[in-house]
Design a binder for this molecule. Sequence first.
Ligand code: NDP
Ligand code: 2IT
Length: 451
Amino acid sequence: MKSEIERVYQQVCSRDPNEKEFQQAVYTFLLSVDKIIDKLPEVSYHRVLERMVEPERVVMFRVPWIDDEGVCQVNRGFRVQMSSTLGPYKGGCRFHPSVNLSIMKFLAFEQVFKNCLTGLPMGGGKGGSDFNPKGKSEAEVMRFCQSFMTELSRHIGADTDVPAGDIGVGGREIGYMFGQYKRLKNEFTGVLTGKGLDFGGSNIRPEATGYGLVYLSQAILADRKMDFEGKTCIVSGSGNVAQFTTEKLIQLGAKVVTLSDSTGMIYDENGIDSEKLQYVKVLKNVKRGRIKEYADKYGCTYIARNNDEPNPIWNIKADYAFPCATQNEILKEDAENLVRNGIKLVGEGANMPCSIESEHILTSNGILLAPAKAANAGGVAVSGLEMAQNSMRIQWSRERVDQELQNIMKNIYKNISEAALTYSEKDNFIDGANIASFLKVSRAMIAQGYV
Ligand code: NDP
Ligand code: 2IT
């Protein structure tokens, strides 16, 4: 590492020694920037990197709410407004017990560059809470969302900061938060994306992250005369991203054989067809059940999760792998299993699903790796289109939004593969995505002065 890059990284580590996920996200990004920094004296002169790793603003707040027993519960809420260089802060909200400032900052940091790659005018941010929606009643979830939004509403706005969904936040939660915002501010604006279709949502937004992941992977494969027809795929997670990744893979003729949740995984050798996928959607989105119930219904293999062992999902023989659950779900031994099993492509649906070590193992063994910043950008891209539709007070058709999404993903592939070739090496899409977005964000930061 060049001394300047090392200095910036050490500063992040010493300032926030406990923020491991944030350090990881910054480190992998800086490794790419390291390859071009010598050619960019203006970036050093204007202290662009030092500014990029420091959020413009962080809001942390108390979220008190009343449970069904009438007892007051207290959670912690966050909004990290990382960068408004390219547009209003934009990024999802995560409700999960693991949420802390480090996870919020890593997600917000990634979001800045991901949003840049979409080509739409959006800055980057992320929010959420350590609230655990599992096992909560509808009324409890509603009261929590209303309390969360009561404070968050002071910090967001259609031209300021536009939150959306992420783990634990889907259409239901966005609906409750939107209702509360409208009530508090007495205005109906596009302050959140992922809204219901009946009240300002965009067609294809629920599908967008998963579909986009498959479109980007398709572009990578097509360039190498490969495709999905008859190929076996392993998908982790069983939430929003996993469901629509599976749906698009099935449409393109692939066979998806796995899904998972935090308690275990299913392995269905016959493949998950459309009917079985419909069962998963109802199981997860309506009944809010466990993936084990799929194995009970269809009589396939179920393996319970043991956190002390490598994740069995990455040891299933397949052609392509799509991690769609959470960060660091592919560690060293998982990557070695993927290599041993002859996987040809890993498409990152989740944010930062690979550890630094596993990323290195995959790429140095010739596996095509579609990095999260590019691969899962379809979700926020359609969020950007939802904002555009809200501003114009119109709603586009499914066909139109899907076509826009396909164009955006193709364009992302073009940009990251060209940047890889120019500044790093062919097929190094990690460098391609980091460098292409870094160049644009840093140019815009310099043009806007020291803010
Ligand atoms: P959901 O809440 O819909 O689904 C999350 C899935 O991942 C569930 O199956 C969940 O299992 C599993 N999971 C979550 N945390 C863990 C964990 N610590 N260990 C094991 N399994 C876990 O979320 P999404 O599908 O929206 O998000 C999945 C990933 O995709 C996240 O990394 C998110 O940041 C990323 N992403 C999401 C986008 C979106 O538009 N929604 C856009 C871009 C990226 P369980 O039900 O047991 O908790
Ligand atoms: O990680 C992500 O890109 C998201 N959770 C979606 C963000 C958005 O604003 O749609």
